[in-house]
Design a protein around this ligand. Structure first.
Ligand code: CA
Length: 227
């Protein structure tokens, strides 16, 4: 899960980053409303934590702008203003939830989990491995920010490998989940190998930065560095 934190108070922002990273979230921090808005319009996130009291463009304005530009990423508003009118305004402008500061970190985590359950399921919408980012909703893959052109099958294959990053994915699992041909009598091994080779050519620009590793006799694993 990629989370954008928009918070001008450095101490609060750092605490959020540390806490969320400890929970395996990928965290990007911006300290102004303008920078936060720019991020949401140029990069995919699964969740935005948005402080309301920001210098310049405040959180409510940013939220309105995010929704007007058609971005549906869940937004949790963080506010020190414990006023009913602020909460209502936040929800009116398209916030999915809000937390009044100071809040317990455990509560924030619980709200995030609840949003995931309520929304599009517990599956993350974006997965990253090293420089490669996969956007499940838009079915788009980028490497260092540049779009990688993939066929439907290549996308499915990569998606399966990336969702299981750091784990060995057996060939049988790829045959079942990506090719979906349970009745097939001949092995798909060669077909899988050809597709893996194509993915490598598109993603692993050089040997030293190899992301798709062959686990001899079993299958494949995606990770940064040696498996
Ligand atoms: Ca603030």
């Amino acid at each position: 899960m990629r989370v954008l934190v928009v918070e001008d108070e450095r101490k609060v922002a750092d605490a959020l980053r540390d806490g969320l990273e400890a929970e395996q979230y990928e965290v990007i921090v911006e300290h102004t409303g303008e920078a936060g808005f720019l991020r949401t319009t140029t990069e995919p996130f699964d969740l935005v934590l948005l402080d309301l009291g920001l210098p310049g463009r405040d959180g409510l304005e940013v939220l309105g702008a995010i929704r007007r530009s058609g971005i549906k990423t869940p937004v949790v508003v963080l506010t020190a203003r414990d006023a009913v009118s602020d909460r209502v305004a936040g929800l009116d402008r398209g916030a999915d939830d809000y937390l009044v500061k100071p809040f317990a970190f455990a509560e924030l985590l619980a709200r995030i989990r609840a949003l995931c359950r309520r929304g599009r399921g517990p599956e993350p919408f974006h997965v990253s491995v090293g420089p490669v980012l996969l956007d499940v909703v838009r079915r788009r893959v980028t490497r260092n920010g540049e779009v990688v052109d993939l066929t439907t099958r290549e996308f499915e294959l990569l998606s399966h490998l990336m969702r299981s990053k750091g784990q060995v994915v057996p060939r049988e699992s790829l045959a079942r989940e990506v090719w979906k041909e349970p009745a097939r009598t001949t092995s798909l091994d060669n077909v899988i190998d050809v597709h893996i080779a194509r993915l490598r050519r598109k993603l692993d620009v050089d040997q030293s930065s190899q992301l798709i590793h062959t686990i001899r006799g079993v299958g494949f694993m995606m990770c940064v560095g040696e498996p």
